[in-house]
Write a protein that binds this ligand. Structure first.
Ligand code: BES
Ligand code: ZN
Length: 618
């Protein structure tokens, strides 16, 4: 189960010869594209806003284009000017359309004379969907306020007016001013020794899509973890984080060995407050990560392998449209597995692959047919089914299948050449397939038919005979679980003393949707799952204990939900509560207290759970 924002996909892709059009953006890349962004921002904590000037360098494609159309959401525009080659400015007329709920407000700037640059003076809203502002009390060290962005999928537009489509890439530089003693970081090269003088400059020399624009600011300390990596976190968190992520350099070297040089310079990590809505976000040069993966035993660092892997699959070769997102997430989940295998062994990599495959088997049948496809038909994709487990779990399963059929050596060579071939480009599924056919499928005939490939990419469900790794340890857990559920093995006799995190996740994942109360109580009496410091285990435990009607876990579940804003760990617990009227009332009371600490995306997701629970049953 993965909780990701959903997107409405409305239109068909344009022919591949022109830049792919993205139905979730108003941008018209066939008319004009932004090639460089120059940001000048002031971080205003008391007003929870960024005050800024965004200067966009333009490449006009159509000589007749009358206007530059940008994406915005809840921005206050003060003025817009054309800037000529000599730096002279002239005011431009513009219209800001009423906001669309999904897409925000289309900004149309009249520019028939095709200026080389356009300069927009603006401010963000305190409720910007892509920013979270935390007062000192909501940080770990409680000394200073904190703010951070989360732009993927379509939230960059809530803090910068731009062409918010993954098909369009631009370089950027930025000047950011902040209160003294605050450190500012961005998705660009960061200097650990930068003085905290309130005056920061950044440069991202590589062309990136808008969803990789990122900024954060707060009481942030730094600790080196390798020659080109460091951990950034609040002072009280930074030591534990550096220990947990001590393998970062080894991860980079592993990925480089497989797929060629790391091209971004540094790979730093920023650990955010627990309200960060995701596990990790692959912002270039500076992955943003949840503190919930700091558990003391490195058992959840595959999130870091994953975000690092995006430095090839996603940031270097980018899905041109949200409909193609499996090119980012499926490829990355595959590469993540390869890093895990090289660093922590095949047993663990196979366990993680099985966890992902079994979760998909459980969820895919409940999805609408189109959502079961790796590359869904953009026509008729509902607002709720564009991004899901399919992109991650079916996508990575497809690549593991290719690896198995063609052999690791051939597949590794192929994947490396794919990253080289499409480096710094945004591509569609069709472009990926057009490269796959001659360079792998037809190069080694007889191993996999084109029909099989089509079935993986365009079919529903999971192709027959999709290969799964063996895991004797998971097999043993399946047996133990069955015996426990059948009543023939008491919880105290489970051979769980040495189960690792993934093995507990697997045991809990495959409990019945509504387990027996007595069995859940027994489990907790021996294994003390309530209050576990490992939130991956905790989430699964609370969901099943609540479903079983075990009210004794409610306060600990409430503590988990209040402390953690990561969607994937919190929303399922709300859903478990929402299944009974009394549980729903309790969850609503928890939310009333937790809400002010939640990210806008978490608020939206929890409120959607409540709305669904209150809606008359069909
Ligand atoms: N890029 C994603 C996060 C994302 C996807 C944000 C879509 C918004 C829209 C990131 O790389 C990711 O997949 N994070 C996972 C990590 C996990 C799969 C190891 C997460 O946050 O749980
Ligand atoms: Zn990812």
């Amino acid at each position: 189960m993965r909780v990701l924002p959903t997107l409405a996909l409305g239109a068909l892709l344009l022919p591949l010869s022109v830049l792919a059009s993205e139905p979730n953006s108003y941008a018209q890349p066939d008319q004009v594209v932004v090639t460089h962004l120059d940001l000048d921002l002031k971080i205003d904590f008391p007003h929870r806003q960024l005050d800024g000037v965004a200067t966009l360098k333009l490449d006009w494609k159509n000589p007749q284009a009358p206007a530059l159309v940008l994406d915005t959401r809840d921005l206050k525009i003060a003025s817009i000017d054309a800037v000529d080659a000599k730096g002279r400015t002239r005011a431009l007329k513009y219209t800001l359309a009423p906001a669309d709920k999904e897409l925000g407000s289309k900004l149309t700037i009249e520019a028939p004379k095709h200026p080389v640059q356009v300069r927009i003076t603006y401010a963000t809203s305190p409720d910007a969907s892509g920013l979270q502002w935390l007062p000192p009390a909501q940080t770990a060290d409680k000394r200073a306020p904190f703010m951070f962005s989360q732009s993927e999928s379509i939230h960059a537009r809530s803090w910068v007016p731009l062409q918010d489509s993954p098909a369009i890439r631009f370089t950027y530089d930025a000047h950011v001013s902040a209160p003294k003693d605050i450190r500012v970081v961005m998705s660009a090269l960061n200097d650990a020794r930068h003085p905290l003088d309130g005056d920061f400059r950044f440069d991202q020399p590589h062309p990136i899509p808008s969803y990789l624009l990122a900024i954060a600011a707060g009481d942030i300390a730094v600790k080196e973890t390798g020659p080109r990596s460091a951990v950034y976190a609040e002072p009280s968190v930074v030591e534990a984080a550096a220990r947990e992520f001590a393998d970062t350099e080894k991860m980079i070297e592993t990925a480089e060995h497989l797929y060629g040089p790391y091209r971004w310079g540094r790979y730093d990590l920023l650990v955010l407050p627990p309200s960060f809505p995701y596990g990790g976000m692959e912002n270039p040069d500076m992955t943003f990560a949840t503190p919930t993966i700091i558990v003391g035993d490195k058992s959840l660092v595959s999130v870091i392998s994953h975000e690092l892997a995006h430095s090839w699959s996603g940031n270097l070769v980018t899905a041109a449209s949200w409909r193609d997102i499996w090119l980012n997430e499926g490829f990355t989940t595959y590469v993540q597995g390869r890093i895990t295998e090289a660093l922590y062994g095949k047993t663990l990599a196979d366990e993680e692959a099985l966890l992902s495959a079994r979760a998909l088997e459980k969820s895919i049948g409940r999805m609408p047919a189109n959502a079961q496809k790796l590359a869904p038909d953009p026509r008729g994709v509902g607002a709720d089914d564009a991004l899901s487990d399919v992109a991650y779990d079916k996508g990575s399963w497809f690549l593991r299948t290719l690896e198995q059929k063609f052999g690791r050596e051939h597949f590794d060579t192929y994947l490396k050449s794919y990253f080289d071939h499409f480096a710094w480009h945004s591509i569609t599924t069709e472009q990926m397939l057009a490269y796959l056919k001659p360079n792998l499928i037809e190069k080694y005939p007889g191993r996999m038919s084109w029909d099989e490939v089509q079935d993986w990419v365009h079919g529903t469900g999971i192709p027959k005979n999709a290969p799964l790794p063996d895991s004797p340890r998971f097999d043993a857990i399946d047996k133990e679980r069955s015996a426990f559920l059948a009543g023939s093995l008491p919880a105290a006799k489970l051979d769980a003393k040495d189960w690792n995190t993934q093995e507990w996740m697997y045991f809990l994942d495959r409990l019945p949707d509504v387990p027996k109360l007595g069995q859940m109580q027994q489990l907790d009496a021996t294994w003390h799952l309530t209050g576990t410091p490992n939130a991956e285990i905790g989430m699964r435990w609370y969901v099943h204990a609540i479903a079983a009607g075990d009210k004794a876990v409610w306060p600990a579940a409430a503590e988990h939900m209040t402390r953690i804003g990561r969607l994937y760990l919190t929303v399922p617990v709300y859903k478990a509560f929402a299944r009974t009227p009394q549980g729903l009332a309790y969850a609503e009371a928890v939310y009333a207290k937790a809400r002010s600490g939640y990210h806008p995306l978490t608020r939206q997701a929890v409120e959607a759970v409540f709305a669904a629970a209150h809606a008359p049953k069909k």
